[in-house]
Write a protein that binds this ligand. Structure first.
Ligand code: ATP
Ligand code: MG
Length: 482
């Protein structure tokens, strides 16, 4: 997937898309709008669903904002939906499901920030405008008032959406100083939407990158995961690196920008890494769960992070990175721990980083069965992703070299399948062994025991596994019919 510039939309395109999507979700939004109005409250569709409606994307998860307080919201939603739940009453959000629709209704907020922790200190607000001004980006700060379907766009969100730009409603400095996580969110939305981030926003991110330190690791991690699993991760990652944010949240990535001296030529590891990530994305459909797959993508991003530390210049003008797989796995583990990833994710990604060179260790000769078995055993439950990573790690411009690697890897995957099938067959046994057969039929060792065994083996192959009781019954039946 290459960095293709998305064409801008016209305002007419945006209007057409939003009208079509509002018609599709009309039954839900009109009904809810009428219910809130009857009770004397304002209601508006807001944020992600409005933005995505304008981009022509459909949503069954709908976010609303309202003048009603949470208890009133809950009362109205209980009458309307199949069930409500509390998303965080203190933050004003009540969730509700009705058929295929999932809605979240949040009371207008006007946040003030605790300057020490920067955790939003929520207080409820009184107007839609007051709620919109505290939102992160203009394209996220639009609303559709209900039941009339009036589009509210106070900060030029429609124009920014049409020209595909991420911009803050107020100055980026005051926005990021209120909540530095928004700097990560800018990169995340760039990656999700394929939008550019406005130059003044990039400048503020660069200036204020240090402030990300006061945000909890968990919140940074959640944005990073959304960025990496988005359609345009290169866009978000490049922004993190260029603004210096990556230096604070994922320093192993900018560290891949090794200075390249003229005598010791080697690939640009940073650029290679971004390409491996994109090639991994192209291969994701091969995974049992399809894509996007965070573990596979993050392993691609981290696979060479051991290189800067292990680089050695050799006299003959070459460069080596001995054990960068092992060192990289350790660095990956440490970084993911700092970002509070689950142990399962840490183990999976670190394991892939550690194994990413294994395939090459076997040289070009035919692998022995034992080597294939060990490869499979060592990869364990990461085998499918290791196939992806190994293939994606080939970024040579030499077509013949690339094709040779692919063919060799195809052959390895075939070997793995064949061996697995053979060994499953070899491991097949009937439900009863010779001793049991002799006991059941009261036979001495001899030819008849062998015949009975073969009968049970045929049964196993024809019908799959049988319980011992069933096998005994069938054996007696067969014996009696002889
Ligand atoms: P998705 O749910 O697919 O990740 P989204 O656009 O719904 O995308 P959320 O993170 O769910 O994004 O946020 C919902 C809305 O709340 C955003 O559109 C934005 O208007 C607002 N918002 C969320 N987090 C912040 C924040 N830290 N600062 C300001 N506004 C925010
Ligand atoms: Mg959301």
């Amino acid at each position: 997937m290459s960095e293709t510039e998305l064409p801008s939309l016209t305002i007419a395109d945006v209007q057409r898309s939003v009208t079509a999507e509002l018609d599709r979700i009309g039954p839900v939004i009109d009904e809810l709008g009428a219910l809130f109005a009857e009770a004397g409250h304002e209601l508006a569709l807001v944020g992600g669903p409005v933005r995505d409606a304008m981009l022509g994307r459909q949503h069954n998860d709908l976010d609303f904002t309202t003048s009603a307080r949470p208890d009133d919201t809950e009362r109205i939603l209980k009458k309307w939906g199949d069930g409500t739940w509390d998303m965080g009453r203190d933050f004003g959000t009540i969730g509700c499901r009705k058929g295929p629709w999932q809605v979240e209704v949040t009371t207008y907020r006007s946040e003030t920030y605790d300057p020490a922790s920067r955790n939003p200190d929520v207080s409820f607000g009184d107007s839609l405008a007051g709620d919109l001004v505290r939102r992160d980006f203009t394209v996220n700060a639009m609303a559709v008032r209900l039941p009339g379907r009036e589009v509210v766009d106070l900060y030029g969100g429609v124009v920014d959406l049409a020209t595909r730009v991420i911009r803050t409603p107020g100055t980026p400095e005051s926005s990021f100083s209120d909540d530095p996580l928004r700097m990560m969110r800018a990169a995340r939305f760039a990656a999700q939407l394929g939008f550019d981030v406005a130059p003044e926003v990039v400048a503020a991110m660069t200036e204020m990158a240090d402030r990300i330190a006061i945000i909890s690791a968990e919140r940074v991690r959640d944005e990073l995961v959304k960025l990496v699993t988005a359609p345009y991760p290169r866009k978000g990652l490049t922004l993190l690196v260029d603004t210096g944010l990556a230096e604070r949240v994922l320093p192993e990535l900018p560290a891949l920008q090794l200075e390249r001296d003229e005598h010791h030529r080697h690939k640009d590891v940073y650029e290679h890494t971004l390409t491996v990530l994109e090639q991994t994305m192209d291969l994701e459909k091969r995974l049992p769960g399809g894509g996007p797959d965070f573990v596979a993508r993050f392993a691609a991003l981290m696979h060479d992070v051991g290189k800067p530390r292990t680089r050695r210049f050799v006299d003959d003008g070459t460069v080596t990175f001995h054990h960068h797989d092992v060192v990289g796995a350790k660095l990956t583990r440490k970084r993911m721990q700092a970002l509070k990833f689950s142990n399962a994710d840490i183990d999976a990604v670190a394991h892939l980083v550690e194994l990413h060179l294994r395939f090459h260790g076997y040289g070009s000769g035919e692998w022995t069965d034992s080597a294939v078995r060990r490869y499979v055993r060592d990869a364990g439950d990461q085998l499918d992703r290791l196939h992806l990573l190994t293939r994606a790690d080939c970024t040579t411009r030499n077509r013949r070299k690339a094709e040779r690697l692919w063919r060799t890897y195809d052959a390895l995957e075939e070997r793995i399948d064949r061996l697995a099938a053979d060994e499953e067959l070899a491991a097949l046994r009937p439900a009863l062994d010779g001793n049991q057969i002799m006991a059941i039929l009261d036979l001495p060792p001899g030819r008849q025991v062998g015949e009975a065994y073969r009968f049970l083996m045929e049964l196993r192959l024809d019908e799959g596994p049988l319980s011992e009781e069933d096998a005994e019954a069938r054996l007696r039946e067969w014996w009696a019919s002889r």
